[in-house]
Design a binder for this molecule. Structure first.
Ligand code: AP5
Length: 211
């Protein structure tokens, strides 16, 4: 399946993408994770992206489109993929169409703005294997230690309260129009984000028609 996941920052796109990738046996491409790796590696592209991300703004479309052209042409994407974080503007969605990529479904995970701040401020990330946790909703077995690789968990730079609000504003202005864009193409399915990860997964599987 060639699947796009859209939703506000913190809606649970990355969490559900990891579960779906296991079930569907396709790779997940998280543009946020790709960008954070470029920053950690100190590449020229990472240096450009860093300021945008720290402020909670979008990296310009032309950079993202070039990045994804390269990524989607690789062998592991030929039998399907999950896109978590791309496209994020109508311009990026049009560029994806121009690449000739035929998307099967677009999953929108809906979560109210009020829940987002709580989710993002409690998020912890593994800097080594990129597993994501939440201090209350999805805690690691040992506080601040990754269950999978035992690395010390960290807080993302863009999960500060003032940045979270800007990310939400940017989402409503620049990314939400994608929902109509894909609804008109007949590709959109919607899952209501629930208070627990497992409940959300049930909604997601139902929306996608996965048994
Ligand atoms: P990115 O990393 O994609 O950030 P985002 O879209 O803001 O989404 P998040 O990763 O914050 O949240 P998520 O929806 O994946 O939620 P998660 O599963 O972690 O992008 C970062 C930045 O990169 C952007 O701001 C932008 O600058 C740049 N960028 C990336 N792509 C770009 C593009 N295409 N164009 C331009 N710029 C781009 O869950 C969040 C928390 O909630 C976790 O702690 C989790 O454990 C918890 N949780 C999840 N589900 C539930 C649940 N059901 N109940 C309770 N808690 C839950």
């Amino acid at each position: 399946m060639k699947l796009i996941i859209v939703g506000a920052p913190g809606a649970g796109k990355g969490t559900q993408a990891a579960i779906l990738a296991d079930t569907l046996k396709v790779p997940t491409i998280s543009t946020g994770a790709v960008l954070r790796k470029e920053i950690a590696d100190g590449t020229a592209f990472g240096k450009t992206a860093d300021g945008y991300i720290k402020a909670g703004n979008l990296v310009p479309d032309e950079f993202m489109v070039e990045l994804m052209k390269d990524r989607l042409s690789r062998d592991d994407c030929q039998n399907g993929f999950i896109l978590d974080g791309f496209p994020r503007t109508v311009k990026q969605a049009e560029a994806l169409d121009e690449m000739g990529v035929a998307i099967d479904k677009v999953l929108d995970i809906e979560v109210a703005d009020e829940a987002i701040v709580e989710r993002l401020s409690g998020r912890r990330e593994c800097p080594s294997c990129r597993a994501t946790y939440h201090t209350a909703y999805n805690p690691p077995k040992q506080a601040d230690i990754c269950d999978k690789c035992s690395a010390a968990l960290t807080v993302r730079e863009d999960d500060k309260p003032e940045t979270i609000q800007n990310r939400l504003n940017v989402y409503h202005k620049s990314t939400e129009p994608l929902i109509d864009f894909y609804r008109k193409k007949g590709l959109l399915v919607v899952a209501q984000g629930q208070e627990e990860v497992t409940q959300t997964t049930k909604e997601v599987f139902r929306a996608l028609g996965i048994e």
